[in-house]
Design a protein around this ligand. Structure first.
Ligand code: PLP
Length: 445
């Protein structure tokens, strides 16, 4: 009798725990709080089926269900950026700072985004973020924020030039900025008319001057943020255009607020306004390192009036940002250096030391890993042609696919038959996670 096994132990199907019992386990209850009960229940049902099929031990149903569930209730998955591209549009561009993440969750509930708590009346929306921008950008006398850079530019064109007024722009700046998205098409979709001047490689001040007439709404300067034109070229700076009379609007793209020593050719908002631009538009999630947003900055009295006109234009309501963006933007502008800034400023010697440490520890585990010097880039519509000295862990090329499919997913790049995990865009605190992801790749893969 003591040696006879109870019949239910012999048949694993009878030992499969009941759904209610599994769902009552603390970890699964916590998962239901994160992901919703239905989703967790489906994972439990699937795990029970695997136990019935003899694929897992019935005692492991809860653990199996948990392992199949994601960490958060979104299908968007975090990816470690080991691509060596600081601003990767496919990876959501700028990673937010801790300060921005804290600000996001602080306002996630109800908040005073548009309420004056002193009077109990409606308040002006997002003043903290707008004040932060004006403070951070010498020369900015007014600010507004739209949903993204393209929205900011479209709104300016619609508000100042719809009804067939003309926007004068150099032919060298009729650019495509990514995924088939073309600035001239965006502008014309607002009902404004383009008045291209000059040629692809050379545009002179007289070209602008000759095009200005009663229908001119403004002169537009677009920074060709993803390519460089070299050779026999000429273009006209904002300072010269400012002397011609009509307002000057500059789409600088990258959202650099003040000059950066590593990016001498990248226009920044402050210098552009100081040079005489009335309005500057830029993205919040490029070099500024904040959330997706479109900055609109006005310089001088005319610039401030233009911002006001744009802000009051009906379409502005359709492209305004929410409290989350305002909070994260304010924190990115006023808080500690953003991850993008840290990556830009990283010392190559530190990157090399990190790569050596990682490669040595992986090699000690039998991984074919070595540290190599690399060149990283800004990407995402900023600093075209800028080479940032960097360092990477070099692995056999087959690791690239396996790491991308892993958890956490890792995006490296393949060059010369090796998978390179470039460390410039990766915060140092993620090094251990990166090593773990490499170790988790099965040797045969
Ligand atoms: C990136 C960019 C845009 C578009 O900005 P989004 O924030 O991506 O909408 C517009 N103009 C220039 C010059 C850019 O670099």
């Amino acid at each position: 009798m003591t040696t006879a096994r109870p019949p239910e132990a012999a048949d694993p199907r009878r030992r499969v725990p009941r759904t209610d019992a599994v769902l009552a386990e603390p970890e699964l209850r916590a998962a239901a709080g994160r992901l919703g009960r239905d989703r967790v229940k489906r994972a439990v049902t699937a795990a029970q089926q695997r136990a019935r099929d003899g694929l897992i031990d019935p005692a492991g149903v809860a653990a199996d269900a948990l392992a199949a569930l994601p960490a958060a209730a979104t299908t968007i998955r975090p990816v470690l950026n080991a691509s060596g591209v600081l601003l990767h549009t496919n990876l959501g561009r700028a990673p937010l700072s801790d300060a921005a993440v804290t600000a996001l969750s602080a306002v996630a509930g109800t908040c005073d985004v548009e309420l004056d708590l002193a009077t109990g009346r409606r308040g002006r929306r997002g003043t903290g973020a707008l004040d932060a921008l004006r403070t951070a950008v010498p020369g900015a006398d007014a600010a507004w924020v739209a949903n993204n850079g393209a929205a900011a530019l479209a709104l300016v064109c619609a508000a100042l030039a719809s009804g067939g007024r003309e926007i004068v722009i150099s032919r060298g700046q009729l650019v495509e900025i990514g995924d088939g998205f073309r600035i001239p098409e965006l502008i014309e979709s607002t009902g404004a008319r383009l008045r291209p001047v000059g040629t692809t490689n050379r545009t002179h001040l007289r070209d602008y001057a000759e095009a200005i007439g009663p229908d001119t709404a403004f002169l537009l300067v677009v920074h060709p943020s993803n390519f460089v034109v070299s050779g026999f070229t000429a273009d006209v700076g904002v300072a010269e255009l400012a002397g011609l009379g009509p307002p000057v609007v500059a789409d600088i793209g990258s959202g650099l607020l003040t000059p950066h020593p590593r990016l001498p050719d990248e226009p920044d908002a402050s210098s552009t306004l100081t040079a005489g631009a009335d309005l500057v538009t830029a993205s919040g999630d490029k070099l500024l390192g904040g959330p997706q947003a479109g900055l609109l900055l006005g310089g001088g009295q005319r610039g401030a009036e233009l911002v006001e006109r744009v802000r009051r234009f009906p379409l502005a309501r359709a492209v305004r940002v929410d409290k989350l963006t305002l909070a994260a933007l304010e924190a990115s502008v006023t808080g500690p250096p953003t991850p993008v800034r840290a990556a830009l400023d990283a010392d190559p010697a530190d990157l090399r030391a990190r790569a050596s440490t990682l490669a040595a520890s992986l090699a000690a585990d039998g991984v074919d890993a070595s540290a190599v010097d690399t060149v990283a880039g800004v990407g995402g519509g900023g600093g075209p042609g800028v080479e940032l000295p960097s360092a990477a862990v070099s692995l056999p090329a087959r690791y690239a696919d396996a790491l991308r499919a892993g958890d956490p997913a890792v995006l490296g790049r393949v060059a010369d038959g090796r998978c390179l995990l470039d460390l410039r865009a990766l915060p140092a605190r993620d090094d251990d996670v990166l090593a773990g992801a490499v170790r988790a790749v099965r040797p045969g893969v």
